[in-house]
Design a binder for this molecule. Sequence first.
Ligand SMILES: [Zn+2]
Length: 294
Amino acid sequence: MVMARIQFSLRIVHGRLRSPKCKICKMCRMQLNESGMLCLFLLLSLMLRSGVQAAPRLHSSSNTIDPEEAAGLVEGDMKLNEYEQQDMQGRNGLIAAEKRWPNNLVIYKISEDFDDSHRAAILKGIATLEENTCVRFREAEPEDTAYVDISAKPGGCYTAVGYRGTVQEMNLEIYPLGEGCFRPGTILHEFMHAMGFYHQQSSSIRDDYIQVVYDNIVPGKEFNFKKYESTVVTDFELGYDYDSCLHYRPGAFSINGEDTIIPLDPNAQIGQRVGLSAKDIDKINIMHKCPLLV
Ligand SMILES: [Zn+2]
């Protein structure tokens, strides 16, 4: 137990001080098997001197940047290769069958860097997907070579889009449960990316439903609001979905706190990260030819 706490403290010190050459940490690592108490004392001294509180490396909800927008990837949180970026057109569900998980089975591995409560939150997202769709999930076995590798690194939340046939990344930076990457809808959002969905507001029909206010977007981030024309991805004839967990929030990539996306329907709310919308569920089921719907 003491050793686990010390190892956890080591991660905090490294995370907060960003000092890969921390000598006390190095020494403690060497002494972990011998004298844990000495290391704990040294670590506490280091934390106090540095003004670091002995608390888990969690982010506050007061952060103004949504962690889905923090990674600086395509539309904030989608890891795409060069070919995929060129081909990223259409509405929001990939048509290409080779991007679907074989046998509707998503294989995943959850990093041991997550504690039990965060692991449970990820598993709850998986359970929600299994309850509402015919897609199934299982944990990776040692012999698996293609799976979603769910990591807890800094840098926000981001995910490779669609099945890659190899180890593919999903990152969920550790936030308090219910915040940042650990909002239930964000976990589902990232899993929908992994299953082959892009963002809702990239839809070719989006201008009939939202106004993008370019004057309010951080200069250089306009590419995140690109609209895609084509049939490479589809909305499966379900139409635009303000309620999707894949829709940006109104203030996404805002430079001035003003909205960058304004729904044309004055009653519409966008950017929810509570759960799957009815159309999210239908799209997943249609994409995977689930017997209940197709
Ligand atoms: Zn996303």
